[in-house]
Write a protein that binds this ligand. Structure first.
Ligand SMILES: Cc1cc2nc3c(=O)[nH]c(=O)nc-3n(C[C@H](O)[C@H](O)[C@H](O)COP(=O)(O)OP(=O)(O)OC[C@H]3O[C@@H](n4cnc5c(N)ncnc54)[C@H](O)[C@@H]3O)c2cc1C
Length: 299
């Protein structure tokens, strides 16, 4: 069969691509190597942070579109996806990640924020125990979005607009043809005018035979769910999304749909081949995160 566009990889980005292309009237085929809802890529699990506060103005500019796109998805899916909690970036004195980069980038894009002392933070959110040398950046629009639920919503909407989405179908290769591209799977050969590769950690597997690669370092990220003594003290209404800006950098969430708080080390983890990830716990990372949580989020 012939399509206008074939989207390879149906994680968050591929599902969004398939939805938008199908909505704009293209004949779309989406191919995913694993089962829908699998946990071997980057888009599964409960929560992701949606925020304006980034270290570069061009990133901050993009976040304006991200907020608009999330509203669009909520409208069309009829699902409530964005939970606003506010977000606090905690930056200790002499940090490896300069807070100035964040404030300059937000200023450049006219996004409001508050700068708080450690005492302000402890007073506003009693479950946070920052060291006295911390400066905190608070941005009120920071929110939580549900990763797996949103991917499923975009896949459903892509189908509503006529896209054909198929799981358990690895793309083996992509070739240029006289009138576009040919996409080869174990059981079929599809042609289309264009192909979009949304294959994230696997990107170079399909790119390399085409004579190009992108510089990628794939890390095995790890998140941990901690059970607080008093989940009500960590509810989204009273506890923010937080990021610890230093090396290592950590991030975490309020209780969100369950009586645990999720936290992780940002961009941490050992280098891994995405095709042979064991999914085992790295004890050193767990130890670092647990020690940090016990000190900064007692309870
Ligand atoms: C622990 C963690 C925390 C994060 N936190 C945040 C956050 O708070 N805020 C935020 O904005 N972002 C966050 N991110 C980043 C964000 O989740 C990812 O950028 C996003 O999910 C990437 O989506 P993707 O579709 O590019 O990749 P993936 O979800 O990995 O999707 C790629 C898909 O391509 C498929 N595929 C690959 N090769 C083939 C092939 N040959 N044939 C068919 N299918 C193929 C894969 O199976 C996979 O399903 C986080 C990521 C992680 C891992």
């Amino acid at each position: 069969r012939s399509f206008d566009v074939i989207v390879v990889g149906l994680g968050g980005l591929g599902s969004a691509t398939a939805w938008h292309l199908a909505r704009s009237g293209r004949r779309v085929l989406g191919l995913e190597q694993f089962a829908f809802g699998h946990d071997r890529g980057a888009s599964h699990d409960t929560s992701r942070i949606l925020r304006h506060s980034y270290h570069r103005p061009d990133y901050v500019r993009l976040t304006r579109h991200a907020y608009a796109d999330w509203s669009d998805l909520e409208r069309e899916s009829g699902e409530r996806l964005v939970t606003r909690t506010g977000g606090v970036d905690l930056c200790p004195e002499g940090s490896a990640i300069p807070l100035d980069d964040y404030t300059r980038s937000l200023d450049a894009e006219n996004i409001p924020y508050e700068l708080l002392t450690a005492a302000d933070v402890a007073e506003r959110w009693p479950r946070i125990s920052p060291p006295p040398d911390v400066t905190a950046l608070y941005q009120e629009r920071t929110s939580i979005v549900p990763a797996a639920q949103s991917v499923a919503a975009m896949q459903r909407l892509a189908g509503v607009h006529g896209a054909t989405l198929t799981d358990r179908t690895p793309v083996l290769s992509v070739r240029q043809s006289a009138d576009g591209v040919e996409v080869i799977t174990p059981h079929a050969r599809y042609s289309a005018g264009q192909v979009v590769l949304c294959t994230d950690a696997w990107a170079n597997t399909l790119l390399e035979p085409l004579g190009t690669t992108i510089p990628l370092t794939v890390l095995d990220q790890q998140v941990t769910y901690f059970e607080p003594d008093d989940p009500a003290g960590f509810a989204p209404e009273v506890f923010p999304v937080w990021i610890w800006l230093d090396d290592p950098s950590f991030f975490g969430f309020p209780c969100y749909g369950e009586a645990t708080v999720k936290a992780g080390e940002d961009c941490g983890g050992p280098e891994v081949d995405p095709g042979s990830r064991a999914g085992t716990t790295d004890p050193a990372m767990l130890e670092r995160l647990s020690a940090f949580m016990a000190e900064r989020f007692p309870g």
